[in-house]
Design a protein around this ligand. Structure first.
Ligand code: URA
Length: 211
């Protein structure tokens, strides 16, 4: 059973596009385009309860008070490098958002996530953070990234991934039970190399054509 902190975005358009992305012969450009389209659709779900405020506007007929979102108070946090593929679709929906970046690599000996880049807006305590990483596999980098992000004290944190492994979700929520995860699918398991199966392969390589 999935936890209440895991939101699977089951919209048919998302599921259809994900099926196309999983197929191994898809071109790099199609993979990139579909990831952007899915991220735009997932942005609707992750921003569903975003705070709004009323502003006064004039329609051609009357003056009225009407809601607008506090887009300036959102920060998208990209986990490099694959998280960047999720950004453009999100920014189409929330164009006023700021963007932070976290770069981590896995030390080959200790297997510990090591930070090589970290840049956030200065006013994080006023912002709702939406962390972007298409693959929640072991969860190690997600756990480390959110741990580091919490040091900046954002108002709230959500995590968005395209595909998740059950092991990664369990690991992530063991460390961050307060952070909801939005994902398009929870696949069967991780294989012995840490890949999600059935999965879609290496998201970064498929996005950038670097295999
Ligand atoms: N990262 C990927 O890109 N793919 C996986 O299956 C696991 C981690």
């Amino acid at each position: 059973m999935t936890s209440p902190q895991v939101h699977v975005v089951g919209h048919p358009l998302v599921q259809h596009k994900l099926t196309l992305m999983r197929q191994k012969d898809l071109s790099t450009s199609s993979f990139r385009r579909l990831l952007e389209e899915i991220s735009l659709l997932m942005a609707y779900e992750v921003t569903r309860d975003m705070p709004t405020r009323l502003i006064e506007i004039e329609t051609p007929l009357e003056t009225m008070r009407s809601p607008v979102i506090e887009g300036r108070k959102t920060v998208f946090v990209v986990i490099m490098r694959a998280g960047s593929g999720f950004l453009d679709g999100m920014l189409q929906v929330v164009p006023g958002a700021r963007v932070g970046h976290i770069g981590l690599y896995r030390d080959p000996k200790s297997l510990i996530a090591v930070e090589y880049y970290f840049k956030m807006p200065h006013d994080m305590p006023e912002r709702d953070a939406i962390v972007l990483d298409p693959m929640l596999a072991t969860g190690n980098s997600a756990v480390a990234a959110v741990e580091r992000l919490k040091e900046t004290r954002p108002r709230s944190i959500r995590f968005v991934s395209l595909l998740s492994a059950p092991e990664g979700l369990a690991h992530f929520h063991a460390h961050h039970p307060d952070v909801p995860v939005y994902t398009a699918a929870v696949d069967r398991q991780l294989n012995e190399h840490g890949y999600i199966v059935p999965g879609l392969g290496d998201a970064g390589d498929r996005m950038f054509g670097t295999k």
